[in-house]
Ligand binder design. Sequence first.
Ligand code: SP5
Ligand code: ZN
Length: 361
Amino acid sequence: MLKLPVVWADGCLEHVPGAEIWVGVRTPGTELPERATLIRDAVVRAGARLVPAAAHGDDVLELVHDKAFLDHLANVYVAWEEAGFPVDPGQDRVVPYVFPTAAMLAGMPERVPVAIHARAGLYCYDTMTLVGPGTWTAARAAVDAALTAADLVAAGEPVAYAICRPPGHHATRAGYGGSCYLNNAAVAAVALRRAGVERVAVVDVDAHHGNGTQALFYDRGDVYYGSVHVDPGAGWFPHYLGFADERGTGDGAAHNRNVPLAPGSGDEAWLAGVAEVCADVAAFQPGAVVVSLGVDAAADDPESPLRVTESGYLRSGALVRELGVPVVAVHEGGYHLPTLGALTVATLLGLTGTAGEGSAP
Ligand code: SP5
Ligand code: ZN
């Protein structure tokens, strides 16, 4: 039996990406609304109690993200529609076509372009992460879910879990990508800091490196980030970040830890990575942990080559539980519809110590 509050927000279903443009080709995409309903139904069947997300103001969100970025995300779809793109050339999702990377600017000043199809490239770093009419509603609802879970833990719950969709760990202070728009885990971490927790650690078990969360806390001594993920150096998203030598800077020096794994790695290597991050976290002595709970490291997942089992996910939860501090778990990736509910339940069983094995004394 699962004994923990699970935060649910109906608004998370409003985001319908419609497609992912990958290497210029329109593909169906895997970050679907039914991911959230499948997870919800699985955790309820396992005995968890659903708690509706409470609406929160923007104060914590604005500590994590740039105000101009938030305004852009909130308004870009309507601007896209008003500019006529759904009719001509027939694109009903926001897809940038020019990006102000260093390759283009070459050190010249960055401007905010007037054309909406150009401005989209200022805040978005890939072609896979489409914005539709419900994207902002859903991303904002996911933030409310993460904040509600953080509130529950601040009020004394040992573990709370938020079914956040769209996911968040690839979103930076002023940029979206990797199917992520707003960084739900970072918002939860900052909310815990504001609730008086002096040090917060983020443990990211999603198959991909959470480049957004890393970047947000890279120079901070009060929020640790640790991640176990498929090696970007072996050719995997996010490609440019997630290497072992990224250790933090300034006050954040040694407070960032990446454990990249070879494609094909299974429970043994993955759990050794999670244990390594947890040992680091224990030395950091946080007052609370945020888990970026992605279940896409599983063997059947279409988006990653890692081969973690359900039992591996359960044991990863137990490793975090053994840290002995309160946990806010925030959903990230996981795209294999037949198994993502069971993988999530397994992780939560490990986190709450109700699985009958691997639980803390
Ligand atoms: C939150 C999260 O897990 N984001 C992961 C985004 C990684 N997406 C990488 C997509 C690479 C291309 N996928 C198309 C597969 C075609 N077979
Ligand atoms: Zn992922």
